[in-house]
Design a protein around this ligand. Structure first.
Ligand code: ATP
Ligand code: MG
Length: 768
């Protein structure tokens, strides 16, 4: 009835929006309720429904894209969603807000920095930077790192923020011997506020406070948005949920804002980062404003048909997740055929496992399959290494998401620190990172003097350094070196917008003048070459950013103008914009979608994605489920691991391989491994056990096998192999994890059990 009326009203062809949907999906897309929850299993079309809902709103209900906000889980998903909607509507949607919670919060805070009580050029710091600051504070407070690992305090601070608690809200009496954590939290807040630094959790907390403390800003956005849509709703944390609740007009009984959220309780995998599965349960109760608008207040729609996977894959997923308790309960079914059996491969070790995976990939490609349809998924990022070796060896192009995060590599972070300090002299974290990188003769003692002076005088390091030189409190040598650094930074200043140079020209200039390429590339090794290439890649990233910009910028501009603010004042300088972009993108790696390559990623990053051929690698007890979950006697963590397994299995469309090894070397330690309990939760008749290809390796000698697997060095020359246990006179026992070069230049990288990871010249290391 409603469909017909609308068609007549708008005289428009809606088939593109409606035809590709089943009945339940259509019901969701056209929902007339004020608040709609789509609760549905993996691959049942939740994301599709969200996209089509937006198209429906824009085209049929005449909702302006300006009034729509859509929240996705990654920046990549946001880009894809925008692309798909634009494709459906055949029109660009510049002024629609689509982004992650963090991305949207960042954009709001940039636009309203003054109302949010931030400095204009505030910088986003990643969790590494955050940990460094916390360590520094703990050191100043004389707290022993060994007794109280700074990571625990970092976790505590983020957890408080995720739950909306500032230090001032907490009761010291509840700390029982850990009062110092509260003290660190206070100091950390003060330091960040003073130096204009904002961590990820702070973005969300501030954005929530912006609603609560600045009613005029909230009112503007409540008037602006008529529809808020959220994908992957099961993974919202407390502060995100609260932010949505306030924005959606929970305080207004007659709000006009419609909410539409889609999620799957079985795919909630971020409990460890504060996500609350309960939000799905609470949604209908909490999002109930608007009762007086005459609309149905809320509606829950279930989608149960899966369009992604074969029958066997789906049955395996259903069987595994059935072992969890307290589910909201939904069965997935498919019209698709049973498809192939799931292949389970028992490998000798992780190298054999990588070998199997790579040979299956070759087979797939030989049969005409595309590489970009393949994913290798793992529980822990460290597992990517053996797969990478094997893929490189066979010349199979691949991309890693997450693992080796581009913006987290040392050389890239060095360059970013130069850019940060060039943009904002108050950035102490950046100052500390680069004052002696590349080495310019400034010792730790000098840095300590500068830091102490800054602390005593409540100054930024930059200021202290200058004053210490002027007042001749540094030795002549140190003063000259520090002065040189200051001069260099003055030359690189980009705190104001440059009219002469583009963003990428500025960054190129900074990288050149910093001599970082010479510093990181000095030893001519492959590793050094990769580092200099990464610095070039950073320049490319800036160019891309320069060309594409940030789509949210356009959207927010209109709001700012409407609120009567001066546009130029609010929109900060492009270099700060790029730095924020780099920080927010950090978690998503450098994958180029258009390249024909195999995708490697953690199970967590695979959420929402799908591939024809999937390898779940390392399906072993203690690795997956993770050992922390096995020690959790309450069982909540094990259930979250099981949901992760469900997410992994349901990424596959046609073929799924699960691999586990009998022996695994990780972090330099070799251990026996046993199949995961999740494997036994898959019905045996869905599984085909794959035999080892090379049967005569039954009495397996790991070092000789490893040796034959790698051609990166000349094995005739060096009697050493990756994975081999070695002993060094000074550093003790360890495991060889990499070998480079040959002859007199042969080098090995050894992960020592108690002395970190080191590169050693083979000819002089005297390894036994
Ligand atoms: P996840 O829980 O993994 O996020 P999802 O529920 O969001 O999955 P989608 O990614 O939207 O599911 O859809 C899964 C696959 O099924 C996609 O390839 C999608 O194009 C396809 N699909 C969804 N609905 C239909 C339909 N009605 N007809 C045909 N294909 C469909
Ligand atoms: Mg989805």
């Amino acid at each position: 009835m409603m469909l017909k009326l609308t068609v007549v009203k708008n005289n428009m062809d809606i088939s593109q929006i409606i035809d590709p949907l089943n009945k339940a999906q259509r019901q969701a897309v056209c929902s007339e309720a004020q608040n709609t929850l789509v609760l549905a299993g993996a691959g049942s079309g939740k994301t599709r429904v969200l996209v089509h809902r937006i198209a429906w709103l824009a085209q049929i209900e005449n909702v302006s894209p300006y009034s729509i906000m859509a929240v996705t889980f990654t920046n990549k998903a946001a880009g894809e969603m925008r692309f798909r909607i634009e494709n459906l509507l055949k029109t660009p949607l510049r002024n629609m807000w689509v982004g992650t919670f963090h991305g949207l919060a960042h954009r709001l805070l940039r636009a309203h920095w003054m109302d949010a009580k931030l400095v204009e050029n505030f910088q986003i710091i990643d969790s590494d930077d955050q940990l460094r600051l916390i360590k520094r504070i703990m050191k100043e407070m004389g707290i022993d790192e060994k007794q109280h690992p700074p990571r625990e305090t970092q976790w505590f601070i983020n957890d408080c923020k995720d739950n909306g608690h500032r230090a001032e809200h907490l009761n010291p009496q509840e700390f029982h011997g850990r009062e110092f954590m509260l003290d660190v939290y206070f100091r950390y807040e003060e330091l960040c506020q003073r130096t204009g630094l904002v961590d990820f959790a702070e973005l969300l907390l501030r954005a929530h406070e912006l609603w609560l403390k600045q009613p005029h800003v909230l009112k503007h956005y409540q008037q602006r948005f008529s529809h808020i849509l959220v994908d992957e709703f099961q993974d919202t944390n407390t502060i995100q949920y609260a932010w949505l609740k306030v924005l959606s007009g929970n305080n207004l009984p007659d709000t006009h804002i419609n909410t539409f959220v889609v999620g799957d309780d079985d795919q909630s995998i971020y409990g460890w980062r504060g996500a609350k599965i309960e939000h799905i349960r609470d949604f209908s109760r909490d999002f109930n404003a608007g009762a007086s608008t005459g609309k149905k207040v809320s509606e829950t729609i279930k989608l149960e048909q899966n369009y992604r996977s074969t029958g066997n894959i789906l049955e395996a997923a259903n069987s595994v997740i059935a072992n969890n308790s307290d589910r909201l309960g939904k069965e997935l079914w498919t019209d698709d055929s049973e498809g192939e059996l799931l292949q389970v491969y028992k490998a000798f070790n992780e190298i054999d496992e990588a070998n199997y995976v790579a040979s299956q990939i070759e087979k797939w490609v030989d049969n005409g399959g595309k590489r970009s349809d393949i994913a290798i998924l793992y529980r822990s990022n460290a597992q990517s290494q053996p797969h990478e070796y094997e893929l490189v060896k066979r010349g199979i192009p691949y991309r890693v998401y997450g693992g080796l995060r581009f913006y987290e590599r040392a050389e890239v972070k060095d360059a970013l620190a130069y850019i940060r300090l060039a943009t904002n002299r108050q950035d102490d974290a950046a100052f500390e990172r680069i004052i002696n990188t590349p080495t310019r003769g400034i010792g730790q003692r000098t840095v300590d003097i500068i830091r102490d002076a800054a602390k005593n005088n409540q100054q930024f390091l930059w200021q202290s350094a200058q004053e210490l030189i002027e007042s001749k409190q540094l030795s002549a040598r140190a003063a000259t070196a520090v002065q040189k650094f200051i001069d260099l930074m003055d030359e690189l200043d980009c705190s104001t917008q440059s009219d002469e140079m583009s963003l990428s020209e500025q960054v190129t200039h900074i990288i050149e003048m910093s001599l970082l390429k010479e510093f990181h590339g000095k030893d001519n090794s492959e590793r050094a070459q990769a580092k200099t290439e990464n610095l070039d890649e950073l320049i490319n990233a800036v160019k891309r950013f320069d060309d594409e910009g940030d789509p949210l910028l356009e959207a927010v501009k209109e709001s700012i103008q409407e609120m009567g603010n001066n546009d130029d004042e609010v929109l900060t300088n492009p270099m700060s914009e790029f730095l924020a972009h780099a920080a927010l993108e950090a978690g998503e790696g450098q994958a180029d979608e258009w390249e024909e390559c195999v995708q490697l990623m953690s199970l967590h990053s695979a959420k929402g994605l799908e591939f024809e051929l999937v390898f779940l690698s390392g399906v072993e007890q203690g690795l997956f489920p993770h050992k922390n979950a096995l020690q959790d006697y309450v069982g909540g963590k094990l259930e979250e691991e099981r949901r992760l397994c469900y997410v992994g299995i349901t990424r596959a469309r046609q073929q799924l391989h699960l691999t586990h090894a009998e022996n695994r070397t990780m972090y330099g330690r070799s251990e026996m491994a046993y199949p995961s309990q999740f494997l036994s939760e898959i019905p045996a008749d869905l599984i085909s056990q794959v035999r080892a290809v090379n049967n005569n390796i039954s009495s397996f000698n790991s070092s000789s096998y490893n040796k034959s697997s790698f051609s990166a060095y000349d094995e005739n020359e060096a009697d050493i192999a990756i994975g081999q246990r070695v002993t060094h006179k000074k550093f003790g026992e360890g495991t060889v994890i990499d070998i480079e070069g040959s002859g007199a230049r042969a080098r090995v990288q050894v992960s020592f059990d108690y002395n970190g990871t080191r590169w050693l010249m083979l000819s002089v290391a005297n390894l036994i």
